[in-house]
Structure formats: structure tokens, C-alpha cells
Design a protein around this ligand. Structure first.
Ligand SMILES: Nc1ncnc2c1ncn2[C@@H]1O[C@H](COP(=O)(O)OP(=O)(O)OP(=O)(O)O)[C@@H](O)[C@H]1O
Ligand SMILES: [Mg+2]
Length: 352
């Protein structure tokens, strides 16, 4: 990092429902390298469905995570997702970017299911819209997040003694990671599915822009839940059984239970893909990439490919990013696709 470096060193901090994940990257002519990494599991009640419930304990976990990884940067990029976040392409009556700017506040209101005073809003002009009418119109990517959600995230980072520099959207971070690692053909329509503990972030993207983003409340906790209920286990016993850490007499009962959750999860993907097809009849998904810890459920990517017929792979956040010598490479590799969002957040340190 030179004195005249344009890039602020920062930590990408993913505050997930099951764990905190922190990543720092450096950039050289050869590309990106992971120069810092740490993660810490969270108790089941600290972050629920992506919402921070126990701020002091989450702040303590962040502090410990950043200390364990010896992260120096003061600045942190974090992300939000779930119900309080809306990303939507909308068509607004305007013929120039200036006109969009002048009336966005008013025009956007109808697309936001919250009070306009409760949200932070941002947007990006996509370009002139293709519509039947003669009225000039512009397509705009609208990004809305509830202020209290953002504040909860910035608050725990401040409590942990760092500066919350960037609050991104998890689905955008996911796309950043995809773009940094894969050479996407601009005509390809790619469905990115990041399946965590409580949420699935879906980003259907083409040519470097999201076409469609939605977060669905499904994830790995449901696999754990069903094992807990059906086999009378506590959370940790069920979680270990799910991860294959324990065998035992229940082992042959486990498979069909896990399968039933996979079927439910795939139905949610189906609903989203159906809705996408109705909204964009001329677009065809060419490829699916799954990430998040739950992408590791045995047979999940294969089943997605079988049901939808799209080539499906697990997204590798380190496909084109090398892992530096000071970092626990085995740990990074073992978490692999679960670090997709954290890597995308860390990439924000290199924005132009
Ligand atoms: N090998 C594995 N097989 C099955 N499930 C796994 C495996 N590894 C991790 N998981 C599950 O993945 C989930 C954690 O994934 P991830 O770290 O992406 O979620 P998160 O970011 O903490 O949560 P969210 O984004 O939903 O708030 C947990 O439910 C965990 O049990
Ligand atoms: Mg997550």
C-alpha cells in the first residue's frame, strides 16, 4: 500500500446467522490475494434470519474475530440482506439521468413497501427502457434498505472499535465475487444462489448487472431443525449429524429427512425462476452457481441441475484469487463457498 494508493485498506465482514466471516484482500498485477482471514461461530440467537438480535454479543464476536485474524484496517465493509432489503429494476418516466435524479424520490415510493422516511435509497440508471408506449422512460436499478437494519450493522462494528465504511447488499457482494473469479460471457444469464443458515440470496445476473434479486427465508437451519425435531436432539447434536460429524443409530433416518428439506428448498428456487421467466420472457438462464455453507449439502447442486436442467456448479470464491502465506489456507479452502459474500465485501476496497 503506497502513500498515494487510491484504495483504502478494509476488512470485508460478513455478519451471517451462523457465523462472522472476515476477509482482507490485496491487489497486484497478478490479481487478488487473501491477506487476512478469520471466522467465528455465533450462537443460534445472536443473529436470527439475518437480523442482529444480540448486539453486545455480536460486537464481542466481531472483536474476537478481527483480533484472531490480526486485521489492521480501521475500515470495514459489511452487507445486509433479507426482508428489509429490496433491489428491483423499475421503469420510470424520465428521458435523462438528470430527470431520474429529480423525481426518483417520488417515483420510487410506489415500489417500496416501507415508509420512505424509514429507508435509505440508492439507484443506478440501467438505460432507456424498452416499452410499448411513446413516453420516454428509463430503466433504473432501485436499491432500498431499512435504516434500522443498516444502523444495527454499523452499530456492532462501531461497538467492536472499527469504522463501518461501506454497507453493501449481500447479493451485490456475491456478484462481485463471481465477477472477480469467473470470466462471464456478457450474453450469459447466470443464477447465483447463496444458501446460508437462514437465508438464500438469489441474484440472476447478466453483463455485469443484476437482472433480478430476491432473498428467500430458507437455509441450512431448516435441515438442522428437522433433525432436531424428528430425532429429539439439541441444536448442536442435530448440526453435527447434518455435517456428518457423528454417525450413530439415527444415521439411516437422516438422509430422507435432509432430502425433504432439499425438495422444499428447490421449490423455493422454482418459484423464483418461474417469476423470473414471467418478468423476463426473453431471458434464459444458462448456468447456476451455488454458494453459502448449505451449498455443501450432499447432492444439492446435482439435484438443482437435475430439476431445472441448467448446468450447476458450486461457486469457488478462490478460483482466481490466491491465498497468501500468512493465512490458514486449509480453513479458507474448507469454508470455500461459504466465504462468497465476505470476499465480495472485501473486494469493495478496490472500487474505482
Ligand atoms: N459441509 C456442510 N454440509 C451441510 N451444511 C453445511 C456444511 N457446512 C456448512 N453448512 C451449513 O451452512 C450454514 C452456514 O452457511 P453460511 O456461513 O453461508 O451462512 P450464514 O452466512 O452464517 O447465514 P445467513 O447468510 O443465512 O444469515 C449452516 O446452516 C451450516 O450448518
Ligand atoms: Mg450469509
Amino acid at each position: 500500500m503506497g502513500l498515494f494508493s487510491k484504495n483504502k485498506p478494509l476488512v470485508g465482514l460478513d455478519i451471517g446467522s451462523s457465523s462472522i466471516k472476515a476477509v482482507e484482500l490485496s491487489k497486484s498485477k497478478k490479481g487478488y490475494t487473501v491477506t487476512g482471514f478469520a471466522s467465528e461461530a455465533l450462537g443460534p440467537d445472536a443473529v436470527v434470519d439475518g437480523a442482529i438480535m444480540d448486539a453486545p454479543s455480536v460486537a464481542d464476536s466481531i472483536k474476537r474475530t478481527l483480533a484472531a485474524g490480526k486485521f489492521k484496517p480501521k475500515f470495514v465493509a459489511t452487507g445486509v440482506s433479507g426482508h428489509s432489503v429490496i433491489v428491483k429494476r423499475v421503469v420510470l418516466p424520465a428521458s435523462t439521468a438528470d430527470e431520474v435524479e429529480a423525481s426518483i424520490q417520488f417515483d420510487a415510493e410506489q415500489y417500496i413497501p416501507f415508509e420512505i422516511t424509514e429507508v435509505n435509497m440508492d439507484y443506478q440508471v440501467v438505460g432507456p427502457a424498452q416499452t410499448q408506449s411513446d413516453e420516454p422512460s428509463m430503466e433504473v436499478l432501485l436499491v432500498v434498505a431499512k435504516k434500522d437494519k443498516i444502523q444495527n450493522h454499523t452499530n456492532v462494528i462501531s461497538l467492536a472499535g472499527r469504522t463501518p465504511e461501506i454497507v453493501d447488499i449481500d447479493a451485490f457482494a456475491l456478484q462481485n465475487t463471481f465477477e472477480a473469479n469467473y470470466k462471464a460471457n456478457p450474453d450469459e444469464t447466470i443464477a447465483l444462489l447463496n444458501i446460508g443458515a437462514s437465508l438464500m440470496n438469489i441474484n440472476i445476473t447478466k453483463g455485469g448487472m443484476p437482472l433480478f434479486i430476491r432473498d428467500v427465508s430458507v437455509g441450512g437451519n431448516q435441515y438442522t431443525d428437522i433433525l432436531q425435531k424428528e430425532l429429539q436432539l439439541n441444536f448442536q447434536e442435530a448440526e453435527d449429524l447434518k455435517l456428518g460429524k457423528t454417525g450413530g443409530p439415527e444415521a439411516d433416518m437422516v438422509h430422507p429427512l435432509l432430502e425433504s428439506i432439499t425438495d422444499m428448498l428447490i421449490m423455493e428456487v422454482q418459484k423464483t425462476f418461474d417469476f423470473f421467466r414471467e418478468t423476463y420472457p426473453s431471458e434464459t438462464i444458462t448456468r447456476v452457481l451455488v454458494s453459502g455453507g448449505t451449498s455443501r449439502i450432499t447432492g444439492l447442486p446435482e439435484k438443482i441441475q437435475e430439476i431445472f436442467g441448467y448446468p450447476t456448479d458450486v461457486l469457488d470464491p478462490f478460483k482466481s484469487i490466491s491465498i497468501g502465506p500468512k493465512v490458514d489456507a486449509a480453513k479458507v479452502t474448507s469454508l470455500g463457498p461459504a466465504l462468497a459474500v465476505a470476499v465480495g465485501l472485501a473486494l469493495r476496497g478496490f472500487d474505482k
